[in-house]
Ligand binder design. Sequence first.
Ligand code: SAM
Length: 315
Amino acid sequence: SQKVKDAVLIPRYVRVNEHKTTVDKAIQAFIKEGYTLEEPRDDLSSLSKLTVRRDIHLNDLLVLPPNSDLHDHPMYISGELILQDKASCFPAHVCNPAKGSHIIDACAAPGNKTSHLSALVRNTGKIFAFDLDMRRLDLLKRLTNKAGCKNITPLHGSFLEVDPNDPKYAEVEYLLLDPSCSGSGIISRLDHLVDDEQEANGTERLDSLAEFQIAVIQHAMKFPKAKKVVYSTCSIHPQENEHVVKTILASTDDFVLGPRSEAIPTWKRRGLVEECNDDKDIAESVIRTNPSEDYTNGFFVACFLRKEATTDATN
Ligand code: SAM
């Protein structure tokens, strides 16, 4: 199909788990094994075998050639390296929680973003990690233990049923929301997009996913101290992305979209302006990745900020 031709080979992205090592140490270990350290670059179309480079947007990410198999690598086995697509490393960086803060990861399993948040705050504060699926939550427990996370409280259940006024969550300021989505941005191991004709991408299915996604964001906004709410999908459909953002903005008096500076400003591809009622500000504020051109899976991120938090300086 057209999609197969369009898709590009994605590099092997490696997130350095800063609970266990540093980017410099990981690079040195690769060099010792015979890898060559190359300059960071934008064009990832032809990466030579046994090369490693820093990512140009994210400071805890390394880029290796496609098909590098690190599953038996000692740094992977020890939990020093986490195999995570670049786009799925965006949400935790956009969230950028302060050390010591309380955070909710609402749809957390298997926990890649949870462990990323944990590393960014250096095991301080508290991360409440919810998931509806017990087996997936068990996997989260295993993976976050392996990664050396000590500030995570895994909780089984629906985030939508969590009481925002429970005193346990009174200090929660950051919420990361990565709810179930169509997965239409995911490039399979064969490096082609999941077939668009599948039922998973039918209008009805997308409508019901969007309804759930909107409910999750609106629920997050009820937490009394919430000041930053980061929403992400691995979908390329506007119905789950820009349209969800528009619905949320129309339904809240308390939150606004954070400016581009809050959401990886150096990343060039932003939202689809034609899907934002031609509102350039909305489109600029959100992130998109295009699997055909960006050497990542298809992804979307939006960052909502509580109004007081943005107007404090002028009050
Ligand atoms: N954030 C995860 C990561 O980076 O590893 C991936 C999350 S996955 C896209 C969505 C998750 O939402 C699934 O694990 C699913 O079980 C969970 N989920 C679905 N409905 C939920 C609900 N009502 N409350 C909490 N979790 C839910």
